[in-house]
Design a protein around this ligand. Structure first.
Ligand SMILES: NC(=O)c1ccc[n+]([C@@H]2O[C@H](COP(=O)([O-])OP(=O)(O)OC[C@H]3O[C@@H](n4cnc5c(N)ncnc54)[C@H](OP(=O)(O)O)[C@@H]3O)[C@@H](O)[C@H]2O)c1
Length: 312
């Protein structure tokens, strides 16, 4: 099969290339190897721009070198094989989901994935939309509702509200009955409002400190912004960040930094909202696998999620 691989950690994205790789078998045997895997023929794939800096890109769960590595961990496609122990899916079924960080990923024609990481993708949802929903959808959902415990009537400050994750968080928070204040650069104001933010703070020109108290901050930026954000949280409120550990703490409240995890039930809830027109993905560019190396190294910063359409 065709796949994008990286082999040299020092070379970074310059070492990415399109090559032929063996198709994953993913089929379990009685020893339990690959127990619970399915093989998915990839139709659409998503990746995170900085994943070559993640340790899990280079080693397996036991810390052993696993190069050549196939990056990309978001997938939408069709199940082509089931191993022993898989439940809830069948061959020929459309699926989407998040693949294991420590295994070969989705910038390839096939990927082996644990079945529990996947959810059915309804026939009326395009594969590109399914792939674009996975990471930002799960991240926003988990940040707002699991870690942030957001409730109707609360106020949430969503940083980077026009971005890939922030635009999901904005939409989901609005739908949940929260009052949403989005942030970003001045040029992102209209996009953030279109995704449902009721107010917008231009982080380059407005004073974050002027917004008054919020119950929850959903941070995607880290650094100085997350530190200053703690001060606008009402006593007892929550700061959730996906930008890595931070010392920032709201008064009498708590801070959570987390990494998104696969969740079938949440994917089902997210895609249902897409079908009902309550949620839309923030896709910027759709490229082919032949163009995926260039897409991973864009000449200029891309707005919105880049999706690789592996199969037409
Ligand atoms: N922990 C997790 O599980 C997890 C999951 C998913 C993503 N992430 C991480 O979360 C981060 C955000 O991901 P994303 O895909 O949502 O990125 P994105 O689409 O680039 O969104 C970030 C948004 O914030 C804006 N922004 C960035 N720096 C800013 C600044 N200094 N002032 C004002 N606005 C600023 C960007 O505007 P411009 O486009 O104009 O710069 C963009 O609109 C990434 O670092 C990603 O790796 C973590």
């Amino acid at each position: 099969m065709k796949a994008i691989v990286v082999t040299d950690r020092a070379a970074g994205t310059a070492g990415m290339k399109l090559v032929e790789r063996p198709e994953p078998q993913g089929l379990g045997d009685l020893t339990g190897a690959n127990y619970g895997d399915v093989v998915v023929q990839v139709y659409a794939s998503g990746f995170t721009g900085d994943e070559l800096s993640w340790p899990s890109t280079w080693v397996d769960r036991l810390g052993r070198d696993r190069t050549p590595t196939i990056p990309g961990h978001e997938v939408a496609g069709v199940v082509t094989a089931l191993s022993y122990g898989t439940t809830g899916l069948s061959v020929g079924q459309r699926v989407f989901g998040l693949t294991d960080w420590t295994r070969d990923g989705t910038l390839a024609e096939y990927v082996a994935v644990e079945a529990r990481n996947l959810a059915p993708l309804p026939g009326d949802v395009d594969f590109t939309v399914g792939a674009a929903l996975v990471m930002p959808g799960l991240t926003a959902w988990q940040g707002l509702f699991e870690h942030g415990r957001l409730r109707a009537g609360q106020t949430v400050l969503v940083h980077g509200a026009a971005g890939v994750v922030g635009s999901m968080a904005t939409q989901l928070a609005r739908e949940a009955g929260a009052y949403v204040i989005g942030t970003g650069r001045a040029s992102s104001r209209q996009t953030a409002l279109d995704f449902g933010a009721q107010e917008f703070v231009d982080l380059e020109n407005d004073a974050l400190e002027d917004i008054g108290g919020v119950d929850l901050v959903f941070d995607v930026l880290g650094g100085d912004i997350v530190t200053r954000s703690a001060a606008v949280i009402r006593p007892g409120g929550t700061l959730v960040t996906i930008a890595g550990p931070t010392e920032a703490r709201p008064v009498n409240g708590h801070t959570v930094d987390f990494v998104v995890v696969p969740d079938r039930a949440q994917l089902i809830a997210l895609v249902q909202r897409v079908r009902e027109g309550q949620l839309r993905t923030n896709i910027g560019t759709i490229d082919t696998l032949d163009d995926a190396v260039a897409a991973f190294n864009p000449a200029k910063r891309a707005n919105g999620k880049t999706i690789i359409r592996v199969r037409p």
